[in-house]
Unconditional design. Sequence first.
Length: 544
Amino acid sequence: MEIAVLLANECSRHISVVRKQCCHQKARGEDPCTPLTLNPIDIISTTKAWAIVQPELRAFRRVVHADAAVVEVISETFGKMKIYNRGQLLLVGILLTLSLQAIWGKENKIKTAVFLSPKFELGPGSVENRYYYDMDFPKGHIALKSFNGEVIDEAGNPVPLHETYLHHWVVARYYARKGVDVSKFNESKKLHRSDYISGRNSGICQGGVLGQYFGLGSETRRTATHVPDPYGIEVGNPSEIPSGFEEIWLLNIHAIDTRGVEDRLGCTECRCDLYNVTEDEYGRPLRPDYKGGLSCCYDRTQCRLKQGFEGVRRTLYLRYTVKWVDIDSSIVPVKIYIFDITDSWKRSGNSTGINAEHHCKVEYDVESCSTTGLADDGCVDTKRISLDMPFGGYVIYGVAHQHSGGSGSALYRENGQLLCSSIPTYGEGEEAGNEAGYIVGMSTCYPQPGTVKISKGETLILESNYSSIGHHTGVMGLFYILVADALPKPMRTLRVVVQTQDSIILLTILWAAVALMGVVTVVAVAIRYQLKHEREDGYEAIMM
């Protein structure tokens, strides 16, 4: 209420000044002041009052993390009203500050933990692709806010991609039967089916692929994963954990040591001839046209080294940082959806894709434009697929995952409207996070809340672009989005006001009504006190 007291004092000062000016005019025989109708909101917009509350407006923007959506809604609200001035906008900003700090003020409650994966050892040209079935992870009923990881050495120094290429790290949730020691399965990659239940994301790929909650690759150091307030990825809900099981988190690390290799790009693209591989990790023969990809760079394979090169094995870790908040009623849960450009789903008959099979192959090859005759098209390989959405909701985050050679990915509506694009950043140096020739970051989308809504059954277009100047194997075209089923309650109320009201009086029914009445009451009491005091001093009353 401190700001309300400041405003009340400023209103009283303003009244006093105006009253004195009127009386001086009357004494000089000039036209007396027209009786004033007091408008506290107009008084707030005076220079001094404006200066008083400037910090509150800055706090307002900090609370919503500079989210232009709220400001846009306010502007839309006033655009529908007959009265609009800076003071009115200021008052609403102050009220939103007070309420948002109470409802969305989770920033100071964000918890952070930094963990290390189990150590793994790599020598020149060797590969790590293991699954750790009981990774360290925050416990309890929480809302995840971000997850980031990077490869470090024993001294804690970040390892650059041109030494150890991080093909990907993946974090997945599952439920393990209580009493089962899942750590003993770290080497074998398989738990007995009766001992675990998958806790996959919300879709849409099936068949046990792309079920992760988080996952990035070489871009991990410079790609934002933050989930904006008031949203969060809800996990640890006791009501969702099957009886007799507990929630466990799995970490998969796929790293390739490229020190001293004959063909660094070829090793990172898992070209089978460089690994001297003709069978997959399960001993099944590779098909004749399979030239490279995950089936050729599995755990403990070896990429070809330059003749005579020798190097030491070294111990490495994935250092990962998790941020979260405890669940409460202010959190709006979001669901994770992953789209794959290799999804073979096709619409057929009356199928809407809602319950159809989505077979995601995860990776594909890009042929060189010199062999395809497409050099005139700028040597860009573009793949597009149509997907019918089995869900509806509001998109609040989006990011793509591509490999070297990627030039961006995008998600469109069927009419061509762009929903989200994600563009790679390539490094230009030697240091970790800026390695030349590697994708070191992907741009992200944070749509203004409520502006990107997907309807159930709607058709979206996924596009993935790669340079085809050279041949690429085992590339990916994934697209992650976070979707909220509904808008936060404050935002819904604001939009109802925008759509249905045409009077400044109706501001009092905003979700900040309680705060509004508090401020107005304090200001009114102070003004009436000032008026009474001035009447006793011989001034005429200012009409309200």
